[in-house]
Design a protein around this ligand. Structure first.
Ligand code: MSP
Length: 666
């Protein structure tokens, strides 16, 4: 049998708006992983696309005075352009309005119906158009959708249901038997926490009388299928799945190695999709990887409705596409949230791309031109500094490959830039300018050649992240993109030799790869310019937070000022149960807990109680939680709530209550 293809997917994007940096993020990550696997010689299939049915899209079409078809045909252009502009080299762009996708969804629905996996029932619930899902009364927060905070509609209707609940135990068993199935680990715990409650069946239809923009259910033509049931099937419809017999190639491609998703759509993938696959008798994917969110500088999730999104076109226009690709993957660990700021972008660009990588290459190239007649020299006599550099290069190649197979993009980039940093240090240690002055040509040749070799190796390792700049860097030392791939494969197989370039090749010095920005590029600075006349304050995303007023510390025994009962009533307390606990990766004092407070998924709470409790002692413990505390990040980890504890600064015990998670405490 031929080797299994490496199959990676992004979510398919709703066409109710234009793309922003959050969407670009998933696409860039998947593209970097796909490019890396291709470069190392694997057969890759990378699929992406657009999710074009459902209430949200329909509402947008109505708002724009268009038919749904006109609207989606118009919007999809922006999504294709985003992919093209960012160099996303997908193998397929699927639209859920494609005829073969529709045929696959209908055939799958029919097959599941024939197998007895579907039944009809009358249902009453609260529908959130923004999240495209139903909630029970108890799920609502202040009468609103708990995911989006937006209004819900009460709906009582007869619908079709998929017997999802029947697969609950099989799903738990699968997750436990395959520790890498849901990643990162904290998200796996969240899903297992969700699965502790009985799993309800999934409503998979919408009566056409309420919403007809969807795929018609073949066994009941009064209904269309629920948008998630339609959308999730893209992962198999796009590679030729058919219940009766799939297209050639399907078996070599499915199961997917990685489904990349944002953390907001983890349940739909980990629970709905996994159980759908079980019912369809297909193997489950290797890994569902939930990444974090890009937040605005003030810590809010970016969204169109808040108007705080970052325009990727503008950013790429100002700094270059590859700089955007590099920044989003280097800045935060894949899985964690990150706050976007233009200053942060500028600083990282200058430090890593201009000062480190660009500078190393430019130094080697100008030395070649100025001292060695502009051609790549043969390696001469050792300066004594090459062997340690080669050893580090070997280690970096190994670490990069391990990190890329594991989607740890930031770790891969950190490793590559360690090599770049070592290359710059090599220049300082060897001091080629002194060798040149002394006329020590054998050592000078080695030094300059080694600088060029390290630059070229970094270029080859970076090709998945910086496709255009990597090609430009390699071209400067006479290497084509294919040569770069061969260099990478050789380095992976046998270790880097730092002797791959061809002596005698004329180098092309040209301009530095990454020009340094002494100040913010004009197009971005203009965003922050005071409007004329200069009366209005700068937009919120530009403003620096005002310095906090100095606070007098309150000691453990000192009584703070009195509050009224109304002040106290603002604090929402609920009973909770700890379902998982870990040490904080970056702070000895802190533990990271997953606490069931009666919501759909447990909440992550970071608590300063590590001096009093070991994580394993806390699992199962009943606690009291402040649930309406504004989320904060403690040493980079998001915390959504606070536990009540006794003992002030020196915690001695946790407050507990013998009540079901979610019970109101007054
Ligand atoms: N259509 C569904 C997915 C169906 S997949 C079978 C959907 N679409 S979406 O357009 O709303 O979101 C697509 C992806 O973009 C999600 O993974 C979501 O997490 C991601 N992002 C949207 N905003 C984001 C940020 N601010 N930051 C990072 N990613 C976020 O959901």
């Amino acid at each position: 049998m031929a080797d299994k293809r490496f199959y990676i997917t992004t979510p398919i994007y709703y066409v109710n708006g234009k793309p922003h940096i959050g969407h670009a993020y998933t696409s860039i990550a998947a593209d970097a992983a796909a490019r890396w696997q291709r470069a190392r010689g694997r057969d890759v299939f990378f699929m992406t696309g657009t999710d074009e049915h459902g209430q949200k899209v329909l509402e947008k079409a109505v708002e724009r005075g268009m038919t749904p078809v006109e609207h989606v045909d118009d919007m999809v252009v922006h999504w294709r352009a985003m992919m093209d502009d960012l160099g996303i080299a997908h193998d397929k762009f699927l639209r859920t309005t494609d005829a073969d996708h529709i045929a696959c969804v209908q055939a799958t629905l029919q097959a599941l119906f024939d197998k007895g996996e579907m039944y009809q029932a009358t249902y009453t619930g609260w529908y959130s158009p923004a999240a495209e899902r139903f909630w029970t009364e108890k799920d609502l927060v202040d009468g609103k959708c708990p995911d989006t905070g937006l209004p819900v509609q009460k709906v009582e209707e007869t619908n079709w249901f998929f017997k999802m609940g029947a697969y609950q135990q099989r799903l738990i068993d699968h997750i436990q038997a395959h520790p890498g199935y849901i990643r990162p680990e904290s998200r796996k715990n969240e899903v297992l926490g969700f699965l502790r409650k009985p799993l309800a069946d999934l409503c998979i239809s919408r009566p056409k009388t309420r919403m007809d923009w969807g795929i018609e259910i073949p066994f009941d033509r009064d209904y269309v299928t629920y948008v998630w049931f339609d959308a999730l099937l893209n992962y198999v419809s796009g590679i030729g799945y058919a219940p009766g017999g799939s297209a050639p190639g399907f078996d070599a491609t499915w199961p997917a190695d990685f489904h990349l998703v944002g953390k907001d759509i983890l349940t739909t993938h980990a629970v709905y999709w996994s159980t759908m696959l079980m019912a369809m008798e297909l193997p489950l994917p290797g890994c569902i990887y939930a990444h974090g969110w890009w937040m605005s500088a003030d810590g809010a999730k970016m969204s169109k409705s808040l108007g705080n999104t970052i325009d990727v076109d503008l950013l790429a226009g100002a700094f270059g596409v590859d700089a955007v690709r590099f920044f989003v993957l280097r800045e935060i660990a894949f899985g964690a949230d990150g706050q976007f700021s233009y200053e942060g972008f500028l600083n990282r660009y200058n430090a890593d791309l201009a000062n480190d990588l660009g500078n190393l290459a430019h130094r080697g190239l100008t030395m070649t031109r100025n001292w060695l007649g502009g051609t790549i020299p043969e390696l001469g006599e050792s300066t004594g500094f090459e062997a340690p550099l080669r050893a580090l290069a070997a280690d970096v190649v190994t670490r990069t490959a391990a990190a890329m197979d594991d989607l740890q993009f930031h770790a891969a980039l950190a490793a590559i830039f360690e090599l770049v940093g070592a290359g710059n240090k090599y220049v300082d240690d060897v001091a080629p300018w002194t060798l040149n002055k002394q006329g020590d040509t054998p050592k000078l040749a080695t030094a300059v050649r080694t600088i060029l070799e390290v630059s070229a190796l970094a270029g080859a390792l970076l090709s998945a992240f910086l496709p255009a700049k990597s090609a430009a860097l390699l071209a400067k030392v006479g290497r084509s993109v294919d040569d770069g791939v061969a260099d990478l494969q050789a380095a992976l197989a046998d270790g880097p030799t730092l002797a791959r370039l061809v002596a005698g090749t004329v180098v092309d010095v040209g301009d530095p790869l990454f020009p340094r920005f002494r100040e913010m590029p004009e197009a971005i600075a203009a965003l922050f310019a005071a409007p004329e006349p200069a009366a209005a304050p700068p937009p919120a995303k530009a403003s620096k937070p005002a310095p906090a007023p100095e606070k007098k510390p309150v000691t453990d025994t000192e009584l703070p000022a009195e509050i009224t009962i109304d002040d106290f009533a603002k604090v929402a307390l609920r009973a909770g149960r700890v379902v998982a606990a870990d040490r904080h990766p970056d702070a000895d004092r802190l533990l990271v807990l997953q606490v069931d407070v009666g919501e759909e998924a447990p909440r992550q709470i970071v608590a300063g109680i590590a001096s009093a409790f070991a994580p394993e002692d806390l699992v199962g413990r009943q606690v009291v939680v402040v649930v309406n505390l504004k989320p904060v990040k403690l040493r980079g980890v998001e915390s959504r709530g606070m536990l009540l504890a006794a003992g002030g600064k020196q915690v001695v015990d946790l407050c507990g209550v013998n009540a079901d998670p979610g019970t109101l405490i007054r």
